[in-house]
Design a protein around this ligand. Structure first.
Ligand code: DHB
Ligand code: FE
Length: 304
C-alpha cells in the first residue's frame, strides 16, 4: 500500500528486490520502460489507446509476425548500419554489403555439393541459374563455404510459412567447390507483400505505408574462420527497388540478368533451353571470434 508519483513508480519498477538479476537485461529493460513511461506522459496516451496497443502486440505475437514489424520499422536495417559503422571505425575491409535476414529464414535446408536445383518441374517462372564464387577479403577463393539460399515462390510466399508448399521448397544449402564456386537453378521470383488482413498490415495501413518488397533472393554465406554473411540480391527493374518497405535493398546487390544464355554446360541442372543467367560473387570478411563464423541464424543465436 503506497501512493506513488510517476517517478517513484518508475524507480520501483526499475529496482531489483530479490536478487541482482542479469545486468544487461536489467539495463535494457529499464531504459525501454523509462522511455515508454515518458512517451505515455508526453503524448498523453489515453487508457483505450494503451490497451489497444497491448491487444495489437498480443495479436502480432500470436500470428508470428513480430519479425515482419521489426523489418518494416527499420530495426533490421539499423542493425546492419551499426555493424558497418563498427567495421569502418575499426578499419576492417568490407565484404559484400549486408542485407537483412528477414523473418522467413529457416535452418536445415538440404545440402548439396557445388550446385543445386531449388525449384520443381515445371518451372514456375523464367528459368534462372545464378552462379559465382565465394572469396575472402584478400581475393582467395573459399572452398567448402556454405551458401544457404532461399526465396519466395511465384505467389511471393515462402515455404514453411505457407502450408501449400513442400518442406524446404526454394531453400537449399550449397557447398562451394575447390575453386569456391557455387551455382543453382530456380526461377526469377516475384516481389513480396506483407500478409493482408494481419496485425502487420493493420499497422502499416494506419501509418499510410505500403508493405511491398522488390523481388529478391536471400543468402547466408558461412565458412570456417569467416564472418557469416547475411545478404540478398535484387532483380533489376522492380518498381519497389527504391521503395522497399523493409529497407533492405542496396547498391551493389542489384544483379544483372543475362537472358538467352545457351544451355550448354548446364545440363546437370536440367537446363536444356536458353535461360537467364546471373553471375554474383560473395566476399566474406574474416571472423573476429568463433561465434561470428557459426552458420546460424539470428533466432538460434539469440536463444543459444
Ligand atoms: C519481410 C519479408 C521478407 O521476405 C524479407 O525478405 C524481409 C522482411 C517482412 O515481411 O518483414
Ligand atoms: Fe524475403
Amino acid at each position: 500500500m503506497a501512493e506513488y508519483t510517476q517517478q517513484q513508480l518508475l524507480d520501483l519498477v526499475n529496482s531489483s528486490q530479490v536478487n541482482p538479476g542479469n545486468d544487461r537485461v536489467r539495463q535494457i529493460t529499464q531504459r525501454i520502460v523509462s522511455d515508454l513511461f515518458r512517451a505515455i506522459d508526453d503524448l498523453d496516451i489515453k487508457p483505450d489507446e494503451f490497451w489497444a496497443g497491448v491487444d495489437w502486440l498480443a495479436r502480432l505475437g500470436a500470428s508470428g509476425q513480430l519479425g515482419l514489424i521489426t523489418a518494416g520499422l527499420g530495426f533490421d536495417r539499423l542493425i546492419d548500419i551499426r555493424e558497418e559503422e563498427a567495421d569502418e571505425a575499426a578499419g576492417r575491409a568490407a565484404g559484400t554489403p549486408r542485407a537483412i535476414e528477414g523473418p522467413l529464414y529457416i535452418a536445415g535446408a538440404p545440402l548439396s555439393d557445388g550446385e543445386a536445383r531449388l525449384d520443381e518441374d515445371p518451372a514456375a517462372g523464367t528459368v534462372l541459374v545464378m552462379e559465382g564464387q565465394v572469396r575472402d577479403v584478400d581475393g582467395n577463393p573459399v572452398a567448402g563455404a556454405l551458401v544457404d539460399v532461399w526465396h519466395a515462390n511465384e505467389l511471393g510466399r515462402y515455404s514453411h510459412f505457407d502450408p501449400d508448399q513442400a518442406d524446404y521448397h526454394l531453400r537449399r544449402k550449397i557447398k562451394t567447390d575447390a575453386q569456391g564456386r557455387y551455382r543453382f537453378r530456380s526461377f526469377i521470383p516475384p516481389g513480396y507483400a506483407i500478409p493482408p488482413n494481419s496485425p502487420t498490415s493493420e499497422l502499416f495501413m494506419a501509418l499510410g505505408r505500403h508493405g511491398n518488397r522488390p523481388a529478391h533472393i536471400h543468402f547466408l554465406v558461412a565458412a570456417e574462420g569467416q564472418r557469416t554473411l547475411t545478404t540478398q540480391v535484387n532483380i533489376p527493374g522492380d518498381t519497389f527497388l527504391d521503395d522497399d518497405f523493409a529497407f533492405a535493398t542496396r547498391d551493389g546487390l542489384v544483379v544483372e540478368l543475362q537472358p538467352n544464355t545457351p544451355a550448354a554446360g548446364y545440363e546437370s541442372l536440367g537446363v536444356n533451353a536458353p535461360f537467364t543467367r546471373v553471375c554474383f560473387d560473395f566476399v566474406v570478411q574474416p571472423a573476429l571470434d568463433a561465434d561470428e563464423a557459426r552458420p546460424q541464424a539470428r533466432m538460434d543465436r539469440a536463444t543459444a
